[in-house]
Design a protein around this ligand. Structure first.
Ligand code: PHE
Length: 358
């Protein structure tokens, strides 16, 4: 019995001293397993006389139960500690960058086009494209700009040498010829936007011989000036991310729209700082109007049945205004430091849900 008491103390202090669940399991096997100490003692019961066997049996059973309980309790405690340690070492710092800093940047022109497309795409416009090298008819005549029209001079056109099918070829001076091509090649209704390169012989801080426009065209049976205004007011506010941005339609003239308007947005220039939004000043940002019935006719669309609106905007100008880029020529200088400063991360894809820029 004294031996038993010593064994009890030995085992319970050994249980309390185990460092991990594996050591505890080894201890359990050596005490309670088939060849364990307590099991061995129990096997010895058979050789005892009845009284001794009874007393010893009860004592051994009590010891066995006590040791088993102690092992269970220790196991639960060790498992908790091990789980906490595991969680600590497996911890992920979600604020770490996924990869090292990316070197490449999205050019502000690409970003701005993506933003314009995100806003207008959401409204149901589809993307259309056309060639950079146009014939005189698509670039001018079909858009109601006949050969001797004064508007031709304003376009500072790059003419290409020679002719094709009796037509003079030009680098398109605007994206409007894609209105013509799209209407000729499809059936109304039309709802399209045309991002693309355009060319005019002009070069200074706000003009480049190659620049970008986004054209818009909506033609249906009941499309009216209210649709034009609603669409463009909504566009300006979403693009510049100013909910109450003042938008003004100022009467203007384009041969291919009637009536025509230029769109101004509110801004301030207080204390030399330029800001888009409520203010005492206006800034012109795009041209628009109701498609001239003659243009519809030139494309085989019946103007007694269909009417529509069109608009055109300069991408560089919008990018300069939105991102505070002072000189248009820097867009094309391929200066990596400039791109790093004004460029966008490849994964910051603009959308109306995720935001236009972050
Ligand atoms: N094509 C015009 C320009 O380049 C813009 C415009 C497009 C105006 C469509 C009205 C309608 O200035």
């Amino acid at each position: 019995m004294e031996d038993l008491e010593r064994l009890r103390e030995e085992l319970t202090s050994a249980v309390a001293g185990t460092a991990d669940t594996q050591a505890l399991e080894e201890l359990r096997v050596s005490a309670l397993g088939k060849k364990g100490q307590i099991t061995g003692l129990m096997k010895g019961l058979g050789g005892m006389d009845p009284d001794e066997r009874k007393a010893m049996g009860q004592a051994l059973n009590a010891l066995k139960a006590e040791v088993a309980d102690a092992i269970e309790a220790r196991k639960a405690a060790l498992e908790d500690v091990e789980l906490d340690a595991g969680l600590e070492t497996d911890r992920i710092d979600v604020t770490l960058p996924v990869r090292p800093e990316m070197q490449g940047r999205i050019h502000p022109i690409s970003q701005t086009i993506d933003e314009i497309v995100a806003v207008l795409g959401e409204m149901g416009f589809n993307i259309a494209e056309g060639p950079d090298i146009e014939d005189d008819w698509h670039n001018f005549t079909a858009l109601n700009i006949p050969p001797d029209h004064p508007a031709r001079q304003e376009h500072d056109t790059f003419y290409l040498p020679g002719e094709q099918d009796g037509e003079r070829m030009v680098l398109r001076t605007h994206t409007s010829p894609v209105q013509i091509r799209s209407m000729q090649n499809g059936d109304p209704p039309f709802r399209l936007i045309v991002p693309g390169r355009t060319y005019r012989c002009d070069y200074d801080a706000t003009h480049s011989p190659m620049f970008h426009q986004v054209e818009g065209l909506a033609v249906d049976k009941t499309t009216h000036m209210g649709n034009l205004k609603g669409c463009l007011i909504e566009f300006c506010r979403a693009f510049f991310d100013v909910d109450d941005l003042p938008v003004r339609f100022r009467a203007s003239y384009f041969p291919f729209t009637e009536p025509s308007a230029e769109v101004d947005i509110g801004c301030t220039r207080e204390g030399g700082a330029f800001r888009i939004g409520h203010g005492d000043d206006w800034l012109e940002i795009l041209g628009c109007g109701m498609v001239n019935p003659k243009v519809l006719e030139n494309c085989g669309v019946d103007p007694t049945e269909y009417q529509g609106f069109a608009f055109g905007m300069g991408v560089e100008r919008l990018a300069m205004l939105k991102y505070g880029i002072p000189d248009l020529r820097t867009f094309y200088e391929t200066d990596l430091r400039w791109l790093k400063h004004y460029g966008f991360r490849a994964l910051d894809v603009p959308s109306m849900v995720g935001g236009l820029n972050r």
